[in-house]
Every structure is written in C-alpha cells, then in structure tokens.
Design a binder for this molecule. Structure first.
Ligand SMILES: NC(=O)C1=CN([C@@H]2O[C@H](COP(=O)(O)OP(=O)(O)OC[C@H]3O[C@@H](n4cnc5c(N)ncnc54)[C@H](O)[C@@H]3O)[C@@H](O)[C@H]2O)C=CC1
Ligand SMILES: O=C(CO)COP(=O)(O)O
Length: 332
C-alpha cells in the first residue's frame, strides 16, 4: 500500500485553519494536494478566491484542489486528518467507507475523545483498520505556517521508517518535520498541552503575572510527563516539540485559542462566553484527561482545576485558591 509510494499526492481531510495551513505547507513541499471540506461554500471560496475562509490572507497555490467528495481523495497516497477531536471518529468512519483499502492516515488533531478516552490514532485503528495510523503535532500556529514563518513539528508512526518517508515528503525549508516512532507520546503531548494552556490563560486573565505563568508551565509539564508516562509515552518524546515545545508556545501566546479561552475565563467570562465560537480543544479534553489520570492514580491538580472550572463546579478564584493551598512537597 505505502511500500513504493512517493507521496506525490496528499489528501487533507478538513479545510479549517490547520487543514488549510497544512495544505499550503504540502504544496510548498512540492506535493499535489486534494483538500476535502465538508461544505460547498469552503470549496467554492478556495476554487474562486484561492483562500480558505478560516485561513484569511494566505493564498492557496494552484496545486491545491478543493473537493467535498471523500471519494475524490482516491488519488492520494497518504491522508492528513485535520479535524476537531470530538468529530474525528464520525469523519474517519466516512473516509474508511470511501477508501476500504486503507492508506497512511496522519492525524493532526490535538485532543482525547471524551466518550471513549481514545487518542486519535486509536480511533483510526478502530474505525479504519486497513489504514496505517500516524500523528503530526508540535508548536505550530496555522497562521504562522500559512505565512511561511519557520515552524518545526514531529510526525510519528509505529513504523518509524514510514514516519521518516512521510516527513521527508512534507518538509519544506520553513516547515521542518522531525520523525519519531512514538505516536502515543506525540499525541499525548498535543492533547495535554491544550488543557494546561487554558490554566496559563486563566492565570494571566486574573493578572497573576509572568512568574505565575512560568510556574504553571513547569508544574504543568510535570503533570503532562506523569500522565504521558502512565499512558505509554516515551519520556524523551514529551521533552520534545510535541510536549514541552507546544506547551511553551501555547501557554505563552494569546494567539492560542486555548490560552485565549482561559484568559477570558480568568477575566470573569462563563465557559460558554469564553469559547466565543472558536475551537478550544482543551475544553473538551480536560474532563476525560483527568478521569484517565485518576484511573492510573496520576496526580494532575492543574488539569483537575481546569476541568472543574469548565464543568461549573468551582469559580476561577476558588480553583486557584485550592491549588495554592496544596501542601508543599518534593518538586519531582
Ligand atoms: N489552528 C491551529 O493553529 C492548529 C490546530 N491544530 C489542531 O487541528 C485540529 C483542527 O483544528 P482547526 O483546523 O484549527 O479547527 P477549525 O475550527 O479551524 O476547523 C475545523 C474543521 O473541521 C471541519 N469539520 C469536519 N467535520 C466536522 C464536524 N462533524 N464538526 C465540526 N467540524 C467539522 C470543519 O468544517 C472545519 O473545516 C484540532 O485538533 C486542533 O487542535 C493543531 C495545530 C495547530
Ligand atoms: O496547537 C496549536 C499550536 O501548536 C494551536 O493552538 P490553539 O488550538 O490553542 O490555537
């Protein structure tokens, strides 16, 4: 299936901000790109204006063709799945029906499915057994990729040789893709950092200052590492781009939707107001991540506080007071 493929044609499922940015990156790497959008308006905007509505100001090269037909992705030698995690399963089920023979399928989503506790490569394995699951993650705002700013991410697959070939096919001078044989570690880094970025946003919204933000990054990373290791991640993966790297980016910038969501909570908005119609993946991952942490007796106090705030169980100030009242213990 992928043994001889040169990955000259890449299919991207999801034409939101990240799908569109990855389409541009793949086109810059010399690939022909088939970009699937679920609505015709997006397909028409790309065909007529060469612009994806969720990635304004970035011209999509002519080597990107938009389609609303999953069957039209048949020419692709690998797919990238750039979808919201909570809708990932239903879309991949439809992809699997259209392409029963399977392909390398690279998830670009950063979250854990609430209903099942599945990571996205597990979802691919369940609903599309003929596909080869892989994951792409790391510090990379869609807008930065679109503008051609230097960005580095990791592409992981349990067949690391395949990860290396896929990374090679998609890399271009400003979009550097490292490869890894630890997909679980890479996907845990991406999912967990979103929850922690909400906490950093809350601290800044409460005007706690930069020292508090740095403390949250460091103590948040300790949670991410404990959780990751309990769920099979390699420690060095979590120290890399899709763990520490993405945590630093997302906790440090209001360009992050997760951070911005937390900021609005810290400023006193309700969870519904704070979301503002934008996708903050951590808001959906927080509760399942803390449930999974408890199941393995892993302590995640920061993520617990985020989950409780989103569930409306505590106010932001009460949650922070709870964190500050925790007994001082050894750092590690
Ligand atoms: N935007 C960014 O800078 C980055 C995003 N990501 C990840 O990529 C994934 C997708 O995020 P974005 O493209 O940013 O989101 P977005 O909100 O810009 O777009 C989501 C896309 O998924 C599509 N979609 C397909 N089926 C859907 C369904 N049933 N319900 C809702 N939407 C459906 C929507 O039409 C839309 O095109 C997320 O997991 C996110 O964490 C990862 C790195 C960077
Ligand atoms: O994952 C991202 C950057 O690496 C994008 O972050 P947000 O989803 O918080 O905007």
């Amino acid at each position: 299936m992928s043994g001889q493929a040169d990955f000259s044609t890449i299919g991207i499922v999801g034409a939101g901000s990240f799908g569109a940015a990855l389409a541009v990156a793949a086109a810059r790497a010399g690939r022909k790109v088939l970009l699937w959008a679920r609505d015709e308006k997006t397909v028409a905007a790309i065909a007529e204006r060469r612009e994806a509505p969720r990635l304004p100001g970035v011209t999509l090269p002519e080597t990107i063709a938009a389609t609303s037909s999953l069957a039209a992705l048949g020419e692709a030698q690998a797919l990238i799945l750039a979808l919201p995690t909570q809708h990932f399963r239903s879309v991949v089920e439809a992809v699997a029906r259209a392409h029963p023979a399977g392909l390398p399928a690279i998830s670009a989503a950063k979250g854990i499915e609430q209903a099942s506790g599945c990571f996205t490569t597990q979802i691919i394995g369940e609903v599309w057994p003929a596909a080869i699951p892989a994951i792409l993650s790391g510090p990379s705002f869609a807008a930065d990729i679109g503008r051609g700013l230097p960005t580095a991410v990791t592409l992981a697959c349990s067949d690391e040789r395949l990860a290396q070939r896929l990374a090679g096919a998609l890399t271009s001078p400003a979009f550097r893709i490292y490869h890894s044989g630890d997909p679980r570690g890479v996907e845990i880094g991406g999912a967990a950092k979103n929850v922690l970025a909400i906490a950093a946003g809350i601290a800044i919204g409460l005007k706690f200052g930069e020292s508090a933000r740095a403390a949250l990054v460091a103590r948040g990373f300790a949670e991410l590492r404990r959780f990751g290791e309990a769920y099979g991640a390699q420690a060095e993966t979590l120290m890399g781009l899709s763990g520490l790297g993405d945590l630093v980016l997302t906790c440090g910038s209001a360009q992050s939707r997760n951070f911005a969501f937390g900021l609005a909570l810290g400023e006193g908005k309700s969870p519904a107001e704070a979301a503002g119609g934008k996708l903050a993946e951590g808001a959906f991952t927080a509760s399942i991540l803390t449930e999974m942490a408890r199941a393995k007796e892993v302590e995640t106090p920061i993520a617990d506080a985020v989950a409780a705030i989103i569930a409306g169980e505590v106010g932001v100030r009460e949650a922070v007071a709870g964190l500050l009242a925790r007994p001082i213990r050894a750092e590690n």
